[in-house]
Ligand binder design. Structure first.
Ligand code: OOG
Ligand code: NI
Length: 303
């Protein structure tokens, strides 16, 4: 019981559950994966490396990152750097995985206390329904229970008017009040793809040829100051969401991201076959992330 191999098997169940539902919610995922197979970029979609996955949370005491992270730390993820987004009122951390083949995890949290009194009151009217940290009562050895938890409502279905009030002050707040712990995105690693597709610039061309709409905030390619991490993202898919009292509204769902991690200067002489994940630029970049968050913002989705 609870050996590390049991935990990894449970982690697989949780990750597979996340990807399954995410594919159902985000039609761009299948469009992209099918196009990659059709064009011969990969023999089959299982060969695609998932660079990282991302979640969003509400920063209130019984929820937020301190609650959410316990799930993945239990399976062997380790907390790494912190990022702060002043304008968007967010904090975020990334977590390195137990196996090289697992995705990194990026978890952000809304600094609820930094919002206006009205928005705080709306958010707390929902989050107060969760009396105690729900992760503490989860059986983390039960992958199906954790999978169910990640996809079950934490609070009542929001009203359209609360959603719209939040949207005006914080698009992130509105996203979380409706979408909760649904996977926000998964990320295709492009650097191990065949020549012609193994840079974000080339992969963006391939995506646009296949009708995929990219996030343009700060330019289509977000580049870290050290030049080692290049990212792009699709614009979130709109979902016809059902709100309280049977009202419907088209809102942002999830999106797909693409990452190119360059080999670090100290490993530049390794042959292609020798290059592993540890030889490439790791972690994230606040300035890139700041623009990627906007994949679900109306400034991008209404373009
Ligand atoms: C996360 C945005 C940041 C990255 O890779 O830097 C990000 C989000 O939209 O929740 O994904
Ligand atoms: Ni990301």
């Amino acid at each position: 019981m609870n050996t590390s191999s049991d935990k990894l098997a449970t982690l697989d169940i949780v990750l597979n559950g996340l990807m399954r539902r995410y594919k159902q919610r985000v039609p761009d995922v299948s469009i992209i994966l099918d196009s990659m197979v059709r064009e011969g970029i990969v023999a089959n979609a299982d060969h695609i490396e998932n660079d990282h996955i991302a979640f969003r949370t509400m920063g209130v005491p019984q929820l937020g990152v301190q609650s959410f992270e316990k799930i993945f730390q239990y399976y062997g993820y380790e907390k790494r750097d912190h990022y702060f987004f002043e304008g968007k009122k967010l904090d975020a951390w990334w977590y390195s995985p137990p196996r090289e083949t697992d995705p990194r995890i990026f978890v952000s949290e809304l600094r609820v206390g930094d919002l206006s009194g009205e928005s705080q009151q709306i958010i707390r009217s929902y989050t107060d329904e969760v009396a105690t940290d729900p992760v503490d009562s989860l059986d983390l050895d039960n992958g199906l229970e954790v999978d169910a938890f990640l996809h079950r409502p934490l609070w009542r279905t929001p009203s359209v008017s609360d959603y719209q009030t939040l949207l005006k002050e914080s698009e992130y707040a509105a996203w979380v009040i409706y979408n909760r712990y649904y996977l926000n995105h998964f990320t295709i690693s492009v650097h191990n793809l065949p020549e012609g597709y193994n840079t974000v610039a080339q992969f963006n061309d391939f995506l646009e040829k296949n009708g995929i709409k990219l996030n343009t905030s700060g330019g289509k390619i977000k580049i870290s100051p050290d030049g080692g991490l290049l990212q792009s993202a699709t614009v979130a898919e709109m979902i016809n969401a059902e709100f309280a009292n049977g009202e419907h509204l088209k809102i942002s769902g999830s999106y797909v991201e693409f990452a190119e991690r360059k080999v670090l200067p100290e490993f530049k002489d390794l042959s292609v076959e020798e290059i592993k994940r540890k030889h490439r630029r790791d972690g994230f970049e606040a300035a890139n992330a700041d623009k990627i968050f906007e994949s679900t913002y109306t400034t991008q989705t209404s373009r």
